[in-house]
Write a protein that binds this ligand. Sequence first.
Ligand code: PLP
Length: 343
Amino acid sequence: MDLKAIVRENIWKLKPYSCARDEFDGEASIFLDANENPFNEPICRYPDPLQLELKEELSKLRGVAEKQIFVGNGSDEVIDLLFRIFCEPGVDNYIAINPTYGMYKVQADINNVEYRSVDLDHNFNLIAERVLDQVDSNSKIIFICSPNNPSGNILNRDQIKVILDSFNGVVVVDEAYIDFASEPSFCEELSNYSNLLVMQTMSKAWGLAGARVGMAYGSSDIIELFNRVKFPYNVNLLSQRAAVDMLRKRDQVEDWIKSIVEQREWMRGELLLLPMTINVYPSDSNFLLVKSLKASEIFTELLKRGIVVRDRSKVVLCDDCLRITIGTEDENQQLISVLKEII
Ligand SMILES: *Cc1c(COP(=O)(O)O)cnc(C)c1O
């Protein structure tokens, strides 16, 4: 892929802000370079702009070089940067599957980038050819969310590779839920595809939604562009520490994942026994998409009893569907008993 050909010209030419900590390099014990207040350690200090300690942990976890890792203020920041780096407002377009995560379109709309939507099939499978049919010379990004939100399923690996092989732009594989899936991450394909960008987050399996830490893994050339365009101190000090701590507690996280996956399968069984259930779709995530009779009424009845799920019944291909996150064993049991009561 010819990166220069797909990057906005102003971004290609951008001379980034150089912050105090960028210009200093080496060991020091007295920091008089950044006009900080010295009396409130550690939070009085600006955070590491390149989050090197955190990237070291991520690198060990995913087997990806540190210079191929970007860390942002949630995946939200990664998505916004993608549009700002690659898409000329009012000119370029991007393609995303439908139904999928709603944030791509919001960020694109903010950046005035045209959306080309491609429906999944009725079982939420990806058809590469349909996606490629939408590509023209102004198509810069294709978003593939796998496991997909709201359907929950992992998408066919070979179909994703067909897209990677044919598209002369960035193919984003959003793996927010990959830790709940039985298939490996696309990170292992990074050396085969210079146009691949894998997005992950610490908001789901890693239990850090409140800290806002999202990652992108890609070629070092793409990651360098991200680093140039981001706010200098985009991930705050407390969040960097929380993320590093969590990555050093992998046993804990693996226990959580195991419990959530077990509970998911228990919930599937229970939901299938309910008379209103039409279908529970296969899930590689920490949620289930459930097609049900009277979905909207059930949603409202649950709310009256203090339980909030996501009503997806107005979404393409998701008529009569609720999306239910897997909670603790106790929460899941309460949900099922309330659903039995509602009948
Ligand atoms: C939850 C979710 C994210 C996570 O976003 P953050 O901004 O990192 O919290 C990203 N992509 C998808 C598809 C999601 O469902």
